[in-house]
Design a protein around this ligand. Structure first.
Ligand code: AMP
Ligand code: MG
Length: 350
């Protein structure tokens, strides 16, 4: 299959090109598109065949449900059984934006889209290209992240091309994404709304609106006896090809420990990498050191993380050490993804 790659300027959207992309979705094809979180791989959410194609293009296990993207609040009622009052409140505060809510699904949504579940995940993105594209596609676009399953989510169109060229019909290249980590997921079918995946919309922000929300206990802890409530979170996701270890502790101890390990690993013939903040980066002796930014700016760190993990793959790094970052606010999402990328390998120094 030939994949068309099309540049779209979000300041000046070419409607003709967007309509072409929409027509592909309406006729059962797949189009990757930019959102404010990461690039998505879109297909018609109401077509079982389109959803099957998405799983095939990504190599994604079919029990890992897709998120349905909408572009108008009034469309929500068609795909869900009921909209709890709390969901209206969250939608008013955070839609359009990087929040995914889970509802009981209506009959319109096929089980192929929900991975066999009776619930459906819905998001209303804010990215102008995403919104125009969803509208041109008929209003309901199922879209997971546009990467091969298990690889870091793409934050640039070139990474979508790397993974999806020849597998899908079109890629809409809208430049860099703004946030860099996938949406926050909250289950609105639980007695108390429960966060299943942390993201840019933090627990504090949700609690400002709903007073109290719950959190899936597997978000930060590796409890292999307990299955995460978002089926996709059980997979070793977001992973670079190299073995990644996180080291947590006081700055001097972390630098000394990692440099000691790097020295040994280099002798063993490894190509070594380090991920560190800008105040410590110059002190590391790895083959490749990546500055993830200011450790007090979690939003900037979130934007850099997946690009850095992908660059290490391209550079054929075989082992990576990363500093740990503060897990409050958006930092919780950063540490959640970093822990997954490391398969929860973390060393705590005194
Ligand atoms: P991705 O689209 O790659 O960001 O992955 C979508 C995430 O949403 C996965 O972790 C899924 O398990 C989760 N998800 C989608 N639908 C549901 C649902 N109905 N219930 C729980 N989690 C869901
Ligand atoms: Mg994904």
């Amino acid at each position: 299959m030939r994949t068309q790659i099309i540049q779209i300027n979000e300041q000046n959207i070419n409607q003709e090109l967007i309509n072409q992309a929409g027509d592909i979705i309406k006729s059962g094809g797949l189009v990757a598109f930019p959102t404010e979180t990461v690039y998505g791989l879109g297909g018609d959410a109401l077509s079982p065949e389109s959803s099957k194609k998405i799983y095939a293009a990504k190599g994604r296990p079919s029990d890992n449900p897709l998120i349905v993207h909408i572009c108008r609040m009034e469309d929500l009622a068609h795909i869900v059984r009921e909209i709890p009052e709390a969901a209206y409140k969250l939608a008013k505060a955070f839609w359009p934006g990087p929040l995914t809510m889970i509802f009981n699904k209506s009959e319109l949504v096929p089980y192929e889209t929900t991975g066999g579940l009776d619930t459906v995940a819905v998001r209303f993105p804010s990215h102008p290209v995403a919104r125009a594209f969803i509208e041109a596609s008929g209003g309901y676009v199922a879209a997971p992240s546009a990467n091969i399953s298990g690889r870091p989510s793409p934050t640039l169109a070139k990474y979508v091309t790397e993974d999806m060229n020849g597998r899908i019909d079109m890629i809409l290249d809208g430049g860099d994404v703004e946030i860099g980590l996938e949406s926050t997921i909250i289950d609105m079918t639980a007695e108390e709304p429960m966060i299943l995946r942390p993201g840019y919309i933090t627990r504090e922000m949700l609690e400002d609106i709903l007073s109290s929300v719950d959190e899936d206990s597997t978000i930060m802890n590796d409890d292999s006896k307990q299955a995460p409530k978002a089926p996709g979170m059980k997979y070793r996701h977001y992973a670079p090809k190299a073995e990644l270890t996180i080291v947590d502790g006081k700055a001097d101890s972390v630098v000394d420990y990692i440099n000691g390990e790097l020295c040994r690993l280099k002798q063993e013939g490894h190509k070594t990498g380090v991920i560190a903040a800008n105040d410590t980066i110059a002190r590391y002796k790895a083959d490749i050191c990546k500055n993830i930014g200011n450790r007090n700016d979690e939003k900037a760190i979130a934007r850099e993380l997946y690009r850095i993990l992908r660059e290490f793959d391209d550079e054929k790094t075989t082992v990576i050490y990363s500093e740990a970052f503060d897990a409050s606010g958006v930092g919780q999402a950063v540490m959640n993804r970093l822990l997954k990328a490391a398969g929860h390998k973390i060393i705590y120094l005194k």
